[in-house]
Design a protein around this ligand. Structure first.
Ligand SMILES: Cc1ncc(COP(=O)(O)O)c(C=O)c1O
Length: 443
């Protein structure tokens, strides 16, 4: 695959060049030249490989209705001492055994609470991934911290600990490890770095509900963990989040940093400053019911994603999504990469051909690494300005910030939807379609 469109040979040009000699010999009928080598692509009028689309998952129903009905019988819908919130936290702690947890309005809110509790302040650097939702760094920037983007593993799409270490400076205060697609980061290496340099390790588990690092539930190795309950996540209440911690330095601060700085346990005067990120009882009711569905959703997705990897093995030019066999990835989505120059088509055509075969495929995830977005390039976070740079607390220039592997991942990744209503047979047909398209375009 080539990145430069001007140098990409079109399929027609390639076929013309490569088959001229054979056709000239008179040995092959031009009409069947293509079909004699490989099955005809659906894109070119051939038979579709994935004949039936997958059923959509049923995401909510009676259990959620039951909890909502109970909630409507209450005389308060406020989170503090609310029975739905209490149930949500009880069930959450079974999935992610932490001593302290605060339900909140989004994953972005959970991350903001985490960095505030971690004490991130003006000019403090926080190292994280450039391939993530912008919510990973919104809180850092609001605390006047400086996101520093490190490069990623070629096929894990997660932080490369060696590159994280290279980017540590005396100003570094924290690492936010994003478990992209629910694929656990190399937590042992990141924790060792955090311990060595005295950094707070925050886990962005927005996409990682129910994932496991080795034998540990995700979120129990870092100091603070953040989950999202936004609509596209494995479990949801429309919008919501949970932030948790086992650490006595940060755990007791989570509630107040989600609740305008007010410590509801001790009452009293404001000791800290924060915004309002509270979740309410209707959201908690739905989220509590959703947690009962989690294991079923995650175990199915983990099986299907691993099956796809197994079936893609050995296809020239296709680099499967890399997951450590000791971990459990929940495949929020699956992404394989096309090897540069492995195919005589560009990624857009590869994806078009896959879609025509009936595969739920799209090009990449986000269009560019976070720091390639205009708001970063212009350093224009607050009314077009960035106080920490203006006051000399950072010299960060995002237009010069390089993460070459992340750029390459976003140029060559092909995203495949995986969900819990899919079957093993369906995934097998998806793999067959990928093999067919790859074979057609292979160099
Ligand atoms: C990795 C990651 N971090 C943070 C967030 C932010 O979560 P929310 O949309 O709930 O604010 C998301 C949401 O997509 C995410 O995927």
């Amino acid at each position: 695959m080539r990145h430069d469109h001007s140098s990409t040979i079109s399929r027609r040009e390639f076929l013309a060049a490569s088959s001229t000699a054979v056709l000239a010999s008179g040995l092959v009928n031009p009409a069947i030249a293509e079909s004699s080598s490989a099955p005809k692509l659906a894109l070119h009028g051939g038979e579709k490989t994935v004949k039936q689309s997958a059923k959509l998952p049923i995401r909510w129903g009676e259990p959620e209705r039951e909890r909502l009905n109970a909630m409507l019988g209450q005389d308060s819908l406020f989170y503090w001492k609310g029975p739905q919130t209490a149930l949500l936290l009880e069930r959450f702690k079974k999935v992610c055994p932490v001593k302290y947890a605060m339900p909140c309005s989004s994953g972005t809110a959970a991350l903001h609470i985490a960095v505030a509790a971690a004490g991130i302040g003006p000019g403090d650097e926080v190292i994280t991934s450039p391939i993530t939702d912008i919510g990973t760094v919104i809180g850092v920037i609001y605390q006047q911290g400086v996101p520093v983007f490190a490069d990623l593993g070629t096929s894990t799409y997660n932080l490369d600990p060696a590159d994280v270490e290279r980017r540590i400076t005396p100003k570094t205060r924290a690492i936010i490890a994003v478990h992209l697609c629910g694929n656990p980061c190399d937590m042992r290496a990141l924790k060792a770095l955090a311990d060595k340099h005295g950094l707070v390790l925050i886990e962005d588990a927005a996409q990682a509900w129910g994932a496991r690092y080795r034998d540990e539930p995700i979120g129990t190795i870092g100091h603070i963990v953040c989950f999202s309950l936004q609509n596209t996540k494995h479990i949801t209440c429309g919008d919501g989040g949970v932030v948790g911690s086992n650490d006595e330095r940060f755990g007791p601060l989570l509630q107040r940093f989600g609740d305008k700085g007010f410590d509801r346990l001790s009452g009293g005067l404001f000791e800290s400053f924060a915004t309002n990120y509270r979740m309410s009882e209707p959201q908690a009711a739905v989220a509590a019911a959703q947690l009962e569905r989690l294991e079923g959703i995650v175990s199915t997705r983990a099986r299907l994603g691993n099956l796809l990897t197994e079936k893609l093995a050995g296809i020239p030019g296709v680099l499967p999504h890399q997951v450590d066999v000791r971990d459990r990835c929940n495949y929020w989505f699956y992404m394989f990469r096309l090897k540069p120059d492995g195919f005589r088509c560009d990624r857009a055509e590869f994806v078009k051909a896959l879609s025509a075969e009936g595969v739920p495929a799209s090009a990449g995830y986000i269009p560019v690494p976070l720091h390639r977005n205009p708001v970063f390039l212009k350093h224009g976070f607050f009314a077009g300005r960035w106080p920490v740079r203006e006051f000399g607390l950072t010299s960060m220039d995002y237009s010069k910030h390089e993460t070459p592997e992340a750029e390459a991942i976003l140029r060559t990744g092909v995203k495949i939807t995986i969900h819990e209503a899919m079957t093993d047979q369906y995934i097998a047909s998806v793999a067959e379609a990928i093999r067919k398209v790859a074979r057609h375009y292979t160099v």
